[in-house]
Design a protein around this ligand. Structure first.
Ligand code: C5P
Length: 421
């Protein structure tokens, strides 16, 4: 894809700088040559040696190094590149770029270049939403600087909102799009939530709260070797359990058969069938919040047998009689004195996603429904991304397409807001 392309990667000083290692690796495996310039602050987060080892090129940091200047002046650095990528682009370097400051090698290269610049902003939510940064970004966009991200999500400082650097593969995708001529300044805009939302929570806001999460498929036995199940990977449910634990909750995850690793700091109860899942959930009560993300099989076999069903020569295939499984979400939503304060269900729909979810919220008696499109081609089942709508009594929020981890982080923050209020 990027064979022979030369990228000048400018690394500025933010916690996201560690993602540069992966970015360089991804670019190199696609055939690009990567040369790095780093700011003094970047060297507090990543070492010149690691960038040099991964890029297999020397790393430039000092504008006043005579050796650097004699071997490769700052003008040549950008002249030799096809594209300049600033990742992470801190509020500081965006401000310098907008103002035309040139007080170190990185900013000097950026001012001296006539090449296209792609910036991947990364900073605290409030810094990104600050009018000064927004004005700088708008100025730069007006001058043709391209942006990828920032993404919305949980931040290192217990805040939530836009400010996370785009993932390395998203940056690579933007770079590839640019080389293919698909990315032009006017069409490529940052996805800012409307209105911009920054949620500031206390440290570990769910400390002392109990949470129950169901995840994965269930397996309904036909006989000792056969079962009815579905394609659920458990990725979303496990991510929610992990996100709630990160915010301090005491989490019980009741998981059907999945290959996901157990989330750190979460009590995991493994089950097979819907009946077992319901029982494990009831044992976990009382909880403050229950999130039913499992894809529970709707039916089980009326009479599962203890011996393997045999094929008899010439005999008709067996007929399976199915009976409904217990509805765990509806049961928890009606749990009387043990009803969790907040019950969240999922609605996997292939059509009329939102209207079906609104009806499901009432039918199941839960408080919120996270509705997602699982139609063929959406890539939700088993995939890493999810596009969801949060249906509450107050209305419907459409969340942008994001990773299942990002959906989980945002949902956990919303749960914390609700319970802490
Ligand atoms: O009815 P439907 O399967 O579409 O509802 C989906 C929601 O209900 C999910 O939150 C799922 O975890 C939950 N559910 C359940 N028990 C069932 C069926 C669904 O908890 N038997």
């Amino acid at each position: 894809m990027l064979t022979g392309k030369r990228i000048l990667l400018i690394v500025s000083g933010g916690i996201a700088a560690f993602k540069c290692h992966d970015l360089i690796r991804r670019l190199r495996e696609r055939g690009a040559a990567v040369r790095c310039v780093m700011t003094e602050a970047a060297a507090k987060f990543v070492t010149p040696l690691s960038l040099q080892a991964l890029s297999e090129d020397r790393v430039y940091a000092d504008m006043f190094s005579l050796t650097d200047e004699s071997e490769m002046g700052h003008i040549e650095l950008s002249r030799e590149a096809d594209l300049l990528v600033v990742a992470p682009a801190t509020a500081d370097i965006l401000a310098k770029m907008a103002a035309g400051l040139a007080d170190d090698l990185a900013s000097t290269v950026l001012l001296a270049t006539d090449k296209t610049v792609l910036a991947a902003p990364a900073m605290n939510v409030r810094m990104w939403l600050h009018a000064a940064t927004q004005a700088n970004a708008a100025t730069l966009r007006g001058r043709g600087v391209l942006f990828v991200g920032p993404n919305e999500g949980a931040m290192a400082c217990n805040e939530y909102g836009p400010g996370r650097m785009a993932e390395p593969l998203e940056i690579v995708a933007a770079i590839e799009s640019w080389f293919m001529g698909k990315l032009a300044a006017p069409d490529f805009h940052m996805a800012l939530p409307q209105p911009p939302e920054a949620i500031i929570l206390p440290h570990r806001p769910l400390l002392g709260r109990r949470a129950l999460v169901t995840s994965g498929p269930t397996r309904e036995a036909i006989d000792p070797v056969r079962y009815i199940s579905n394609h659920s990977s458990g990725r979303q449910g496990h991510a929610i359990a992990a996100a709630l634990a990160t915010l301090g909750a005491d989490v019980t995850l009741v998981a059907g058969p999945v290959s996901q690793a157990d989330p750190v700091g979460v009590r995991v109860v493994r089950v097979d069938s819907a009946d077992q899942m319901l029982e494990a959930c009831q044992v976990a009560l009382p909880v403050d919040v229950a999130v039913c993300a499992a894809a529970v099989a709707d039916w089980k076999v009326a009479r599962a047998v203890n011996a393997k069903l045999k094929k008899a020569p010439g005999a008709a295939p067996p007929v399976l009689e199915l009976v409904p499984n217990p509805d765990i979400l509806a049961t928890l939503s009606a749990a009387g004195i043990n009803r969790p304060r907040l019950v969240v269900g999922f609605a996997a729909e292939t059509e009329d996603v939102v209207s079906n979810a609104v009806a499901k919220r009432t039918r199941k008696g839960c408080d919120w429904i996270v509705a997602n499109d699982v139609s063929a081609g959406s890539g939700t089942f088993g995939g890493t991304d999810n596009t969801v709508h949060l249906v509450t009594a107050e209305g419907v929020e459409d969340w942008p397409k994001q990773s299942k981890d990002a959906v989980a982080a945002r949902l956990a923050v919303r749960i914390a807001q609700h319970l802490v209020a």
